[in-house]
Design a binder for this molecule. Sequence first.
Ligand code: FAD
Ligand code: SIN
Length: 537
Amino acid sequence: MKLTMIQTDVLILGSGIGGLSTAIHLALQRPDLNITVLTKTQEGESNTRYAQGGVAAVWNEEVDSYQKHKEDTLDAGDGLCDEQIVEIVVQEGPERVREIIDWGARFDKTQAQQYDLGREGGHSENRILHYKDLTGWEMQRALMSKAATLPNIKVLEHYFAVDIITQHHLGYMVTRLMPNIECYGAYALNKQTGEIEKLLAKVTVVATGGAGQIYRATTNPVIASGDGIAMVYRAKGWVENMEFVQFHPTALYNPAGENPVFLVSEAVRGYGGILKNRQGEEFMHKYDPRKSLAPRDIVARAIDNEMKLSGDECMFLDCRHLDAEGFRAHFPTIYDKCLSIGVNPMQDMIPVVPACHYMCGGIKVDALGRSNIKQLYACGECTSTGLHGANRLASNSLLEAMVFAKRIADDILPNIDHLSIRQGIPDWDARGTTDPKEMVLITQSLKELKEIMSSYVGIVRSNVRLKRALDRLWILHQETEDLYNTTTLSPQLCELRNLISIAYLVTRSATMRRESRGLHYTTDYPERLGFVQVSLL
Ligand code: FAD
Ligand code: SIN
């Protein structure tokens, strides 16, 4: 039986801010191109949708400047940012924000009708545009509405991209050091039919987001399983900086357990919330003069340390001194969520714990979003552009995705008419596989994976913990590959396989970095040395 094949000019994997912004830029400039966006659940489900704090951009040049935003980004990145990329993002950012406003996104304004600029950790000025504590929801909404007005964008929901297609699928040997690997599209599981379809494209853009689900406690939704990074790594693409996993200092501590855990935005600290211990004593002054508004790596480590010293299961964010009406207006979702677990932020301190939040490393791309594989671009959280270095500055992620989406579109458009769709790509070969008999083989391995990463590759690392993690991940890898080779593909199995790859990349990169820097802290090498990026070539 011949399986379904789709041909398109541009194939975009992911419908978050990276994927949809790229699609819109392409479609606006070239209404004659076919742009196909795949997304593995509904179009609106993404990390983007959950962003709270906002988007950082130099807005009021009377008090702020590109130089200050640049310095804050470099300072947070702890010596590993690419200065040229920081300059690009900081300078092009405000224009991209104006564009998304033109496309319909709303940001809060003051009574004087000026944008109400918030503050977050590591920022020397108020420069965060936000929509209440639902900024990502609003941006996702605006992008989906805009994309829906452009008839040459087709969004295919419930399509799970499984593998990037390269010469490997034509029977050639492909190695990571080959200069001429080419991408011809992707195989994807149509979740409604169960069929693996072949999607062929002149150009493919990976915008599949982060990978927080490798940990037990994460602010990332369950779609964040690192599929794009894992697919590109399997296709012999270059991946770097994976040891820099950002833990957000203040996820809501909920003893009932939730996946994802609920975020208490850093903007709450920007608004005046103060970190305290159970006794109501401040502790951040012991770690950094910026106290509760120090960059995230410092605050998350401080909370982790205070929890270890005291034996408590959480620390607290004290907002009781803040104006109640203002708090409720700025943070309605956070306020309601706290109430739902019996915490009134105006009367009780909010219990908080660090949780995995953001992947600073990923697919290595250049200033135009190009990976080392020809005709394969990447955009958003799945990338390592050089902006974040060893630690991302708060609210720089949405900005980065918007800036790179435009750059990718501008690089694709002059070249696309010279490219063609590769013919002769074989159908997906599912011979020798049968339907899974026991889902427990997948669900239990996923639990084990999260335990391994949370216990051994968390905020504080050591050689012995990393070695244990690698040994255990190897067993999980072998078991899962056996399952993959004999079982009909399911989204759950693909995600498990991808998560194991991501966990391996994080742990291996952490093992290779013999120093402590930014988000990577190891008790065996507590000093910061002169090391540069760890690339897993
Ligand atoms: P996503 O928005 O995650 O989109 C990924 C898309 O890819 C999804 O549509 C997904 O379904 C799809 N996908 C994934 N795998 C596959 C596959 N195999 N096949 C098909 N489709 C696939 N950043 C800020 O700058 N400011 C903030 O205030 C902020 N707050 C945050 C709060 C929370 C709770 C979280 C989780 C993150 C926050 N971030 C914030 C980070 C920011 O939201 C993300 O980094 C950014 O939205 C990522 O966008 P993206 O387009 O790269 O990925
Ligand atoms: C937050 O609102 O604290 C998240 C901001 C970010 O991740 O950039």
